[in-house]
Design a binder for this molecule. Structure first.
Ligand SMILES: [Zn+2]
Length: 322
């Protein structure tokens, strides 16, 4: 499915097997070539739909000369490597996310670190095993690619008649970037700002000093007043009111922080137990993991504020209010 945003900028909606069902990528026609912003997942349907969409523009995959990736997740960069193989396209991703992608490829180290981090947070062994199996699946979901030149925060890139700015948006991943077209007042937001859900926030188990929630709220604040006519997210419909959506997401996180403090009042709990209080205890295993992540990133900020402190018992990290 393809939608025209500008005479030379198109949104292509690609299928996804997961709950979100789809991911949007964006194609900019320039100098007879195509620049692609994100690529979709490495599943057969992506190639079919992308080829069809490009053919309505009189283009093929061979015409793609640049690929700009918002972040390293498989639904965004899954087939960058395949396109690069076909067309020789230059691929651009932030340094931070590229090194995270490399770390994910070292499966044994990744699994070791994941066990070391998540088991003390209370994640059940069964969910841990499922997660480690999924890590192998996720690795295959991205075809390896070479990054030409990394994306540099605030750099301006001109392609044909259009210029866009690379806007740092750490939070959902530490190296996420949005792409802002100032003349057209358009923001390609990746997973930074979604219309219907708040993007998942997870600790970086290779870099625990990274604070996802703090970074997310700060990078939302930094773009709140950007002149934007329309936000184009990677999932869900475009929407015009950027400050309104940012305020909603901030409010959502403030409420969640409050729920976590209440869950801990007078009790000592693992992060996993707190996540059960907030998100329920009947979740599928992968969702248990996501819920734990969301809870943990809030606990980190509450510890920083001195509202929550930790102790240890039987190899488990226990949180309580101060
Ligand atoms: Zn993502």
């Amino acid at each position: 499915m393809i939608d025209r945003i500008l005479p030379d900028l198109y949104r292509i909606t690609l299928p996804m097997p997961f709950r979100l069902r789809h991911v949007h990528v964006y194609a900019l026609l320039h100098d007879g070539r195509v620049a692609l912003f994100d690529t979709g997942m490495n599943i057969p349907e992506t190639y079919t739909v992308l080829d069809e969409a490009l053919s309505t523009l009189g283009k093929t995959t061979k015409d793609i000369d640049r690929i700009f990736l918002t972040h390293f997740h498989a639904d965004h960069c899954g087939i960058a490597g395949r396109i690069q193989e076909i067309s020789g396209a230059a691929v651009h991703l932030s340094d931070v996310d590229e090194s995270r992608l490399q770390q994910n490829n070292r499966l044994e180290e990744l699994a070791g670190r994941a066990r070391q981090f998540f088991l003390p947070q209370g994640l059940p062994l069964k969910a841990m095993d499922t997660l480690i199996k999924l890590m192998a699946v996720f690795r295959k979901a991205t075809i390896p690619f070479r990054v030409g030149s990394p994306l540099v925060p605030r750099e301006r890139i001109t392609l044909g008649d259009r210029t866009f700015e690379v806007i740092p948006a750490p939070g959902h991943t530490a190296g996420q970037m949005c792409f802002y077209f100032p003349d057209e007042a358009i923001l390609l937001a990746g997973d930074h700002i979604l219309p219907d859900i708040t993007p998942n926030l997870s600790p970086d188990i290779f870099r625990l000093e990274y604070r996802p929630l703090k970074s997310f709220l700060e990078s939302l604040g930094a773009i709140r007043d950007l002149p934007v006519r329309m936000v184009y997210p990677a999932h869900g419909d475009p929407f015009p009111d950027l400050p309104k959506r940012i305020d909603e997401m901030k409010e959502h996180h403030a409420e969640r922080t409050q729920l976590i403090v209440e869950a801990l009042r007078g009790k000592e709990k693992t992060a996993f137990d707190v996540s059960g209080d907030i998100f329920g205890t009947e979740l599928p295993e992968f969702d248990q993991f996501l819920a734990l992540n969301e809870t943990y990133v809030h606990l980190v900020e509450l510890m920083d504020k001195g509202v929550v402190m930790t102790g240890e018992r039987d190899g488990l990290v226990l949180y309580r209010t101060t």
